[in-house]
Design a binder for this molecule. Sequence first.
Ligand code: BEZ
Length: 239
Amino acid sequence: MEATIEVQSVSMPRIGDKAPAFKAVTTQGEINFPDQFAGGWVILFSHPADFTPVCTSEFMTFASREAEFAKLNCKLVGLSVDGLYSHIAWLRTIKDKIEFKGMKNVEVKFPLIEDITMEVARKYGMIQPGESSTKAVRAVFFIDPKGTIRAIIYYPLSLGRNFDELLRVLAALQTADNFSVATPADWHPGDDVIVPPAGSCGAAKDRMEGKDQVNCGDWFFCTKKIEKEKVLAAIHKKK
Ligand code: BEZ
């Protein structure tokens, strides 16, 4: 007898794609994604399950650092394949009982999507059967003010995210947009940036406006300094 192989198609949005649209119920009411976030940045992230320890540590950190994301004009939206009442009970338990790295009484104020049908998780490639077919992996989608996916990071179930890195990615993407530059390895605001396009150092030098010092190690590697204050003034949300 021939075995029937069921091939499940998995859609994986890619960098440069428009963020797939959906409407969903969340702990903060219904959302219309990504339209309702147009004009600002939004991070859509998934976690495997409510009432699990790594996810708890991550939610406490997201909530405690929400103001740092907001300063970069970025809102947060979480998702797991749990239901709304589970989300509500878990977030209440976190607030009432859990302490982690000096954080306590942490209230999660950003929306957490219920996705018991896995419709959204599947749309965003968050269900990765090699890791788990019943839980979402830890995905992070960075979506810009025009609704375009600009960066994606996936982590396995066992690995909690690095929040300094999430903020660094956001700052680097915004700096690339604001100054038409690229950002090198381990870049942080204030470090030298790459003057693009790589391979046209002459073009890079042509763009010098007197005070900008472009240094070219060779034709493919030109950098320049942008003062930290200038970078931060451009990316920090004006009050
Ligand atoms: C956690 O968040 O601790 C976790 C969730 C799912 C699988 C493994 C760990």
